[in-house]
Design a protein around this ligand. Structure first.
Ligand code: PLP
Length: 277
């Protein structure tokens, strides 16, 4: 079952107009929200970020927080899996003609739920590989937009190179991953790019920051360079579906000699605890 414009229907029956600006222009925004043990995780934070994306693009939010919660909870109940990933998107809606500028339209709302199987701690502990690339995206990465061409091209490169993620840099500063936020650990301090318009401020990023503080790490939201990564004691990426993933090989070079620092384990455990609260 999926949700489309007010109705719960079978996915196979779901269709939208070719005049939908989401189809024509990628004119829309989205969220990916995890559900653990049947409970939607950090829903308020995801809905607040959705509101930011909608405000920045002048798309009217069709629902209140309570209405979103009711819809998402109902969609969730159709699936037997306790752990799920909810994908929701709001596009500007369908117009009568294709034109770049827009009039007020009725937004199109689509939501689907998919089973979520986060990697276990022992699966994560093997460490993962990433590559670096120039950040060619626009300067409003704080908007979680469905226009994802650059991210798609990075994802394809990651697939071709058989790596987990592409880590991006702009003017020699690491911004984030193509689908994640990036952290380095150096001498008990965790560094991550400030939450400005050059990154998407991840919901998981905030939880990594609070978990790191609980693990007695200092946290600095300041940018760092590729050479800082090469000298770091640890490199991690975070996202709602990947959680906190250690990267041990970057551009074929080992990070911290390929050893995952014990701080990762503490922050990972702390994050798991938050999922149970
Ligand atoms: N940055 C980008 C570009 C992303 O696409 C994502 C998630 O998809 C994130 C960061 C992490 O966000 P979150 O932790 O809310 O999943």
């Amino acid at each position: 079952m999926v949700f489309l414009n007010g109705a719960f229907i079978k996915k196979i029956k779901a269709s939208v107009s070719v005049m939908d600006r989401g189809f024509l222009f990628g004119d829309g925004v989205y969220e990916v929200i995890p559900v653990y043990q049947g409970k939607i995780f950090r829903l308020t934070e995801h809905l607040d970020r959705l509101q930011n994306s909608l405000d920045s693009t002048q798309i009217t939010n069709p629902y209140s927080h309570d209405e979103w919660r009711t819809i998402l909870t109902k969609l969730n109940s159709f699936s037997p899996e306790l752990d799920q990933s909810l994908y929701l998107q709001v596009t500007r809606g369908a117009d009568t003609q294709r034109k770049h500028n827009f009039d007020a339209l009725t937004p199109t709302v689509y939501i689907e739920a998919n089973p979520l199987t986060p990697k276990t701690k022992s699966q994560l502990k093997v460490g993962f590989s990433a590559i670096t690339r120039e950040d060619i995206r626009w300067h409003r990465c704080d908007i979680k937009s469905t226009s994802l061409l650059a991210n798609i091209l990075y994802a394809q490169e990651a697939k071709q190179d058989q790596v987990e993620e592409v880590i991006l840099s702009r003017n020699h500063e690491i911004t984030e991953g193509a689908t994640s936020n990036v952290f380095i650990l150096k001498d008990k301090t965790l560094f991550t790019h400030p939450a400005d318009s050059n990154i998407l401020s991840g919901i998981t990023r905030d939880l990594v920051i609070s978990s790191a503080k609980a693990c007695k790490l200092n946290v600095q939201e300041t940018s760092f360079s590729l050479s800082d990564i090469q000298r770091a004691d640890g490199l991690w990426i975070s996202s709602s579906t990947r959680e906190i993933m250690p990267i041990t090989l970057l551009d074929d070079q080992p990070i911290n000699q390929g050893v995952i620092h014990s701080a990762w384990s503490c922050v990972y455990d702390c994050y798991q605890q938050l999922k149970n609260d």
